[in-house]
Design a binder for this molecule. Structure first.
Ligand SMILES: NC(=O)c1ccc[n+]([C@@H]2O[C@H](COP(=O)([O-])OP(=O)(O)OC[C@H]3O[C@@H](n4cnc5c(N)ncnc54)[C@H](OP(=O)(O)O)[C@@H]3O)[C@@H](O)[C@H]2O)c1
Length: 333
């Protein structure tokens, strides 16, 4: 099969198009013919070597964390899927590789593709949808009437998270630049702040939840818009000790992780608010809930651009430039 492969770690290093044997299928996995693959900053960060400590991948490696496609085979333990099913997934860490013609995906991480979505639209959903779900539902249990700040509302995570938070009945504030105001308002944002001309810290007070996806300075400011007992969830770091435990990191990585977040955790404690880091995980059951919301019309995909398979490196560069409005997808079949 054809696949885009990372041969050596390196900043902005091009992935190489290669001909590889079809991947071996494990007993609990479903073989998916990839029709479309979503592109995520995580792909760029792994390629650059930024995740070597916590995700020690052996090279060569096929990148790609989002798939929509068709089931073409299944291991003997698989019960819920059969050939011909249209599915989508965020494959598990250490089993990634959607920039390829085929990928084995654990049954427990797969879900039926929402009816009415194209393959490209479906491939844009899993990683960002699960991130928003795990941040706003699993970690913070966001409730009707609460206030949430979702940073970078025009990005991949933001466009999904705004819609999910509105569906949950929350009041949503978001940051973006003026060119994206109409987009985030169309998704339901109630308060829109232009991060280029305004400081959200001066405008927002007494928030229940902040979803941080930006730099360290923004993280610090986020602490000050929360009310007592509020929760700051960061998906852009720093990782916390809980995360070190979850990934069963070796002792020295656990120590680094503890030190990296000690400052923000201490300041959060001083203000009476919570801090936690989220590194999203694959989940077929949460993806099924997401399918339900999409089919009910509560959430729609926001696609910026689709690239042909041959232009996978260009798709990564486009995402890396940081101006995407919603998601970027590679069309494979
Ligand atoms: N931990 C996890 O599990 C996890 C999961 C998913 C993503 N992430 C991380 O979360 C971050 C966001 O991911 P993403 O996929 O949503 O990114 P993305 O789609 O690339 O974000 C692009 C958007 O961000 C906006 N933006 C850029 N700088 C901004 C700023 N300072 N304030 C507000 N908006 C800004 C841009 O709007 P303008 O063009 O108007 O500037 C653009 O629309 C990344 O660091 C990613 O690695 C982590």
């Amino acid at each position: 099969m054809k696949a885009f492969v990372l041969e050596r770690y390196g900043k902005k290093r091009a992935l190489k198009l290669a001909e590889l044997p079809s991947p071996a299928l494990r007993d609990d996995e479903v073989l998916v013919e990839v029709h479309a693959a979503g592109v995520n900053l995580l792909d760029c960060k792994i390629r650059d070597g930024e995740f070597k400590l916590i995700l020690p991948y052996r090279l060569p490696l096929i990148l790609g964390h989002d798939v929509a496609g068709v089931v073409v085979g299944a291991g003997p333990q698989v019960r819920q899927f059969e050939s011909g099913d249209e599915v989508y997934a965020r494959p598990d860490d250490f089993r990634i590789g959607t920039f390829a013609e085929f990928i084995p995906v654990k049954e427990a991480s797969l879900a039926l593709k929402p009816k009415g979505l194209t393959m490209e639209e479906a491939a844009s959903i899993p990683l960002v949808g699960l991130t928003a779900w795990q941040a706003l539902i699993a970690k913070t249990d966001l409730k009707k009437g609460q206030k949430v700040l979702i940073q970078a509302g025009s990005g991949g995570v933001g466009t999904f998270a705004i819609q999910l938070a509105k569906h949950l009945g929350a009041t949503v504030a978001t940051t973006t630049s003026a060119t994206n105001f109409a987009l985030v308002k169309s998704l339901g944002a109630d308060v829109v702040i232009d991060y280029k001309t305004q400081d959200f810290e001066d405008v927002l007070r007494d928030y229940d939840v902040v979803l941080n996806s930006q730099d360290g300075k923004t993280l610090e400011k986020s602490l000050h818009v929360l009310k007592g007992g509020g929760k700051l969830i960061s998906i852009s770091g720093p990782p916390d000790p809980e995360f070190g435990k979850e990934v069963a990191a070796p002792w020295f990585v656990k120590l680094v992780v503890r030190l990296l977040s000690s400052g923000v955790r201490r300041r959060a404690q001083g203000l009476g608010v919570g801090y936690s880091f989220l590194f999203m995980k694959a989940s077929g059951s949460q993806l099924r809930e997401i399918t339900r919301l999409i089919e009910a019309g509560a959430i729609r995909p926001v696609l910026d651009r689709t690239f042909p398979f041959a232009s996978t490196n260009e798709a990564l560069a486009y995402v890396e430039a940081g101006r995407a409005k919603g998601k970027v997808v590679v069309r494979i079949k």
